[in-house]
Design a protein around this ligand. Structure first.
Ligand code: PLP
Length: 356
């Protein structure tokens, strides 16, 4: 139940920009819907959330998030079904993860039901921005950052929570090439790898750029201690199919982001009787499985990229080619099923979609 006091103030924009958008050719993350939701935290409590015209925020130069990194975010998608109904995919999972990120970063939490209602409401207000074209979605970006104007390291006493949305097309326009990273580290045990916190992504830019210069879209991170075990990719979890078994690195180390897409892939596979192993996955095992042909598929799983087939894996001086896309029945079947579910084309037996 929502607290009785949760009322959202809505001030509609006087100038919708929707007529300027080419919905036939949507890029990823460059077009912003008409409204945003802003909710401030001060005096030990959340203030009234407001939905207003999308526009600039005004910040004090000492805003502590910029200096000391108390900044977290989430990402999810809404889709339009053929009957015009709008569905948000598993926002409860994002609410839960957002709370975990808050706790790790010493930030105030938002109750799950409030988080979900705020997400639902901003999508409802900008429902005309949800694309209807197959494969396109409304990307939803909730985030929170520390706003104290204070130079000194301590948890901020004030915060800003914002949600904006973007109509988006595909994140990757082609199958991806990844490089196994054995020097740089994304996350280490005891660190913040499990939190969707801004610094994780800033720290990954330099290593990722080295990989891009060699022709790889993304890195595959390995464990920080020995660089022997596979963890995940930059914004996607990673899943392999070896001898018909779905194999993915276990989340127990707390160095891996707990992805909603990967969890959904696992749950769907299990419900269909496909064996799944969440365990340590060594680089050696993967390289050998590619070479002996037992690895038939590898893909990234994330909200932005959805299910992104991996076609090449760079390892040291070698580039290993993975089997052609046509033979990847398991991931194609799972991707199609999840797409249908998100688009309201199959019965939502798991109860995963929130109807706006
Ligand atoms: C967001 C993210 C993912 C994917 O999570 P989803 O919930 O599936 O979108 C995976 N890895 C990292 C590092 C991420 O930031």
């Amino acid at each position: 139940m929502l607290p009785e006091t949760l009322s959202i103030k809505v001030t509609p924009t006087a100038h919708s920009r929707i007529g300027e958008v080419d919905f036939e050719n949507l890029p990823f993350g460059r077009i912003f819907s008409d409204h945003m939701l802003v909710m401030d935290y001060r005096d030990g409590e959340w203030q009234q959330p407001e939905i207003m015209a999308f526009g600039n925020l005004s910040l004090h130069p000492a805003t502590s998030a910029i200096h000391y990194g108390q900044s977290i975010f989430e990402g999810m998608k809404a889709n339009k079904a053929e009957d015009g109904e709008i569905l948000i995919f598993r926002p409860d999972m994002n609410a839960h993860r957002f709370k975990e990120s808050c706790e790790r970063m010493c930030m105030p939490t938002i109750p799950d039901d409030v988080f979900i209602e705020l997400v639902r409401k901003i999508v409802e207000v900008d429902k005309n921005w949800v694309p209807s074209k197959e494969g396109d979605s409304l990307y939803i970006r909730p985030y929170m950052f520390a706003t104290d104007d204070f130079i000194g390291i301590k948890p901020s006493e004030t915060y800003k929570f914002v949600i904006f949305t973007c109509p988006v097309g595909a994140y990757y326009s082609e199958p991806v090439n990844v490089k196994i990273e054995e020097f740089y580290t994304r996350a280490s045990a005891g660190g913040v790898g499990r939190a969707k916190t801004a610094g994780n992504y800033g720290a990954a830019l330099f290593p990722a750029k080295q990989g891009q210069l060699k022709g790889f879209h993304q890195l595959v991170w390995t464990d920080s201690k020995e660089h022997k075990y596979i963890e995940e990719s930059g914004t996607m979890n990673i899943v392999f199919v070896i001898n018909g078994v779905l194999v993915t690195p276990s989340e127990e180390t707390d160095t891996i982001l707990r992805g909603v897409t990967k969890r959904s892939v696992i749950e769907v596979a299990q419900s269909w009787g496909i064996p799944v192993e969440e365990r340590k996955v060594s680089v050696e095992e993967i390289v050998n499985a590619i070479k002996d042909g037992s690895l038939t598929d590898a893909f990234g799983a994330g909200t932005a990229a959805t299910i992104a087939p991996i076609v090449k894996i760079g390892f040291r001086d070698e580039v290993l080619n993975l089997p052609p896309l046509e033979g990847r029945e398991i991931s194609i079947k799972i991707k199609n099923y999840l797409d249908d579910l998100k688009g309201g084309k199959v019965e939502d037996t798991h109860g995963w979609c929130l109807h706006v």
